[in-house]
Design a protein around this ligand. Structure first.
Ligand code: NDP
Ligand code: MG
Length: 388
């Protein structure tokens, strides 16, 4: 009998975390949860710890950590840590084989590098890690024999379609995008969008940051950058295709003209299950597509005029250096400001564009250089918000 794999879940209390727990609940005999982390939702984390009998917990926020430490709900004999050291502790637990990154933002970068340096398998939903530090992460993974498996649905689809294809046989990647909430909206209509409108996604139920990113299509921009690093392709080999139903999760075109696609319902459990058990396949946990009824699959090209974040992401990838890091940082600052009603919706791409214009762009080779570039871009973005 094969040994049970041991997994750490960063972002256990979020949307991807919840989908991951559904998969683990169904396949408990194949994969054991040995560590979980959240930012501050400690009650939820303790609940998960009890249900899955998780021995190692990290709560990033110090106040929430202190609350948890004195909570009567804290199971006995558990290791509880906080802050970055707590995340690094989980990433480097010797018994751990798999680490799943489902935190939002850039916090996952250091723990991801730590897990890579121990040759662990990384399952990546947390796309910001690859966007900020794709070159460093892929180089270190190669050097340390760590495996990177995408859990983002599009990249997981591409990973499945490629299935070990030799690089010269790959022609291009067709990255599908739902088009988000404002697919058919005019720029005038987008001018008055409120955060509540942008927080509704037609197909996917996700955390707030990625839902806003889908509505500006910055999410697809981040995914183009993510694909460049995961699959070692040039920016020109990645083409975004609008597919409003979110059923074809992406496609791969080979040099002989054949195109392979991966299809499943718009529910993250499919991609997560595939990623955590790769290269094996196990019984699905929910119903898949049914072709006995009507099923429409539509495709159309994206409109970069109404969705400039797509163009800005592509340009930042082509420019290289610190530009993708700056794209990500400026987007995070602008999305937060939009959620807090400090800027209008269409100011999100403007903030990114102004940041990229002013961003010094040296090559980024080390974690420190990446973190410095991230901080510079955040400051530039903040000042572009206030100089609106
Ligand atoms: P959510 O906002 O739903 O969840 C974020 C999770 O990260 C929460 O568990 C949160 O804890 C935790 N977290 C945030 N900051 C920290 C920190 N400093 N230390 C420890 N934990 C932290 O986000 P999603 O699940 O939607 O997204 C997670 C990632 O996956 C993002 O990178 C997103 O782009 C990507 N992704 C998401 C998809 C989706 O369907 N949701 C699809 C594809 C990719 P707390 O609850 O305490 O705040
Ligand atoms: Mg995606």
């Amino acid at each position: 009998m094969s040994e049970v794999s041991k997994i750490v879940l960063f972002g256990a209390t979020g949307s991807i975390g919840e989908s991951t727990l559904k998969v683990l609940r169904k396949h408990a005999e194949k994969m054991q949860l040995v560590g979980i982390a959240c930012h501050s939702s400690y009650r939820e984390l303790l609940k998960i710890a009890r249900e899955f009998e998780v021995p190692n917990l990290t709560i990033f926020d110090e106040r929430a950590f202190e609350e948890a430490a004195k909570s009567p709900d804290l199971p006995e004999g558990i290791t509880l840590n906080c802050g970055m050291n707590g995340l690094l502790h989980l990433a480097t637990l010797p018994e751990v084989t798999h680490t799943l990154f489902a935190m939002v933002g850039v916090t996952g970068l250091r723990p991801a590098l730590a897990a890579i340096r121990q040759g662990k398998t990384l399952i990546l939903a947390n796309k910001e890690i690859l966007v900020m530090a794709g070159e460093l992460i892929t180089r270190e993974a190669k050097k340390n024999g760590a495996t990177l498996i995408p859990a983002d649905s599009e990249h997981n689809a591409i990973h499945q379609c490629l299935n070990g294809t030799e690089k010269p046989e790959l022609s291009r990647i067709l990255l599908t995008a739902s088009g988000g909430r404002f697919l058919n909206a005019s720029l005038e209509e987008m001018e008055n969008v409120e955060p509540e409108d942008a927080l509704q996604h037609p197909n996917w139920d996700m955390g707030p940051k990625i839902t806003i990113d889908s509505s500006t299509m910055a999410n697809k921009g981040l995914e183009v950058i993510e694909a460049r690093w995961l699959f070692d392709v040039s920016p020109r080999q990645i083409k975004v295709v609008i597919h409003p139903q979110s059923i074809v999760h992406s496609m791969v075109e080979f040099v002989d003209g054949s195109i392979l696609a991966q299809l499943s319902p718009p529910d993250m459990t499919f991609a997560i299950q595939n990623a955590i058990f790769h290269p094996r396949r196990h019984q699905r946990i929910m119903e898949t597509l049914d072709f006995t009824g009507e099923l429409r699959l539509d495709f159309q090209p994206p409109d970069e005029h109404r969705f400039p974040c797509l163009r800005l992401a592509r340009e930042s990838l082509e420019a290289g250096g610190a530009c993708p890091t700056a794209f990500n940082a400026a987007n995070e600052v602008a999305v937060q400001a939009f959620i807090e009603r400090k800027i209008p919706f269409l100011k999100i791409p403007t903030t990114i564009e102004r940041t990229l214009e002013k961003m010094p762009s040296p090559g980024l080779n080390t974690l420190q250089e990446i973190q410095e570039a991230d901080q510079i871009a955040r400051k530039l973005a903040e000042s572009s918000l206030t100089n609106a």
